[in-house]
Design a protein around this ligand. Structure first.
Ligand code: SF4
Ligand code: MG
Length: 335
């Protein structure tokens, strides 16, 4: 399979008056052509910061990015100038955010917003761009596209607006689409329709998708592979099947067992009692240790390097690591 994105040891920090937040702490993953990788985790785990870093959307300073490379096809995105990055944004890599209303300009027609990028980046004439815009509205399931091009965002429902945002993101035929909580603001029926739309579009265009979400229902529906993030790290990766049926990390299991609570908003889902560690001074050991029912002495002191469970599944947990037994026997971490 063709690899289109390779992220190696990505770190992102933000300096604030209160100190430096280590938001992303050594994230490594690959993305293949035509697949959907879901990055899942609680609010604040670093999933949005990871995608913003790939996309070149982190303001530096106060942000600071370091890595062994973020390779999109043959280019290392971290080595590009702002100008070079702008040629890629929205053209080769597009991004969709949670709230379709803020993504659209209320003062411009849908047609103007659809054709703007494609005229500029693909050098299409007005007529060619208009034809492309009509095709895109058709692709995302908006009836009477030619008429609707003349309308403004407020003349569309929330679900229709998100379809338009998707059309804008795809009009330059990007190879990578990053969708950050793309259905969170929508009601359940519309959510399902938008997820189906992603699948249809992927089948038709072969676009690779990174889906950022806290919602395992969304993941179950459209992910091929899943990366579970916790406290700025990917703690487990695997195929959808592996994560849903043979998860190894206690945090992943906790997420799978969590049931939405009526007294919490969705973003506040807490899979296991306790809260993630403070990323101003993250622990040296496993960040999940204070919440983990299986924590051993070693967990608090040394971060568990990834252990391969299969060709596709990897987990950062001492329970899976042969070295843990040795370290424990040696009494290296006795009180
Ligand atoms: Fe729990 Fe230790 Fe595994 Fe962390 S490394 S998840 S604390 S068992
Ligand atoms: Mg987020």
């Amino acid at each position: 399979d063709e690899k289109i994105l390779e992220v190696k040891d990505l770190h992102v920090t933000f300096s604030t008056y209160g100190g430096t937040v280590q938001a992303v702490r050594g994230v490594t993953f690959d993305l293949f052509k035509g697949e959907t990788l879901a990055i899942v985790g609680e609010s604040g785990c670093g999933k949005s910061v990871t995608s913003n870093a790939i996309m070149g959307l982190i303001q530096q300073p106060p942000g600071k990015i370091s890595s062994q490379g973020v390779h999109f096809k043959s280019k290392d995105l971290t080595q590009l100038s702002k100008k070079e990055m702008r040629k890629i944004q929205g053209v080769d890599i597009s991004m969709i955010f949670q709230d379709p209303m803020t993504a659209l300009n209320p003062t411009l027609t849908i047609g103007e917003q659809l054709t703007e990028g494609v005229k500029q980046h693909k050098k299409l004439s007005g007529a060619e761009a208009k034809k492309r815009a009509i095709d895109m509205l058709d692709l995302v399931g908006i009836p009477n596209p030619e008429e609707r091009l003349k309308q403004y965002p407020h003349q569309f429902s929330g679900g229709m607006r998100q379809r338009i945002v998707i059309a804008i993101a795809l009009i330059c035929e990007p190879e990578l689409l990053i969708a950050d909580e793309p259905t969170t603001a929508l009601d359940v029926t519309i959510q399902a329709q938008i997820l189906e739309l992603f699948e249809e579009i992927q089948a038709k265009t072969g676009v690779s998708i990174i889906l950022i979400t806290h919602d395992l229902g969304v993941v179950a529906k459209i992910a091929d592979r899943i990366a579970v993030m916790y406290a700025g790290k990917i703690v487990e990766t695997g195929t959808k099947r592996e994560i849903f049926y043979t998860a190894n990390h206690p945090y992943t299991r906790g997420l799978l067992n969590s049931v939405p609570r009526l007294d919490l908003k969705e973003e506040e889902l807490v899979p296991i009692d306790g809260t993630p560690p403070d990323l101003f001074s993250p622990p040296a050991g496993c960040p999940f240790a204070p919440r983990c029912p299986f924590a051993m002495e070693v967990c608090a002191h040394v971060y568990p390097e990834p252990t391969s469970i299969s060709d596709t599944q990897k987990v950062d947990c001492w329970l899976q690591d042969e070295r843990a037994k040795k370290l424990i026997q040696e009494g290296a971490f006795a009180h």
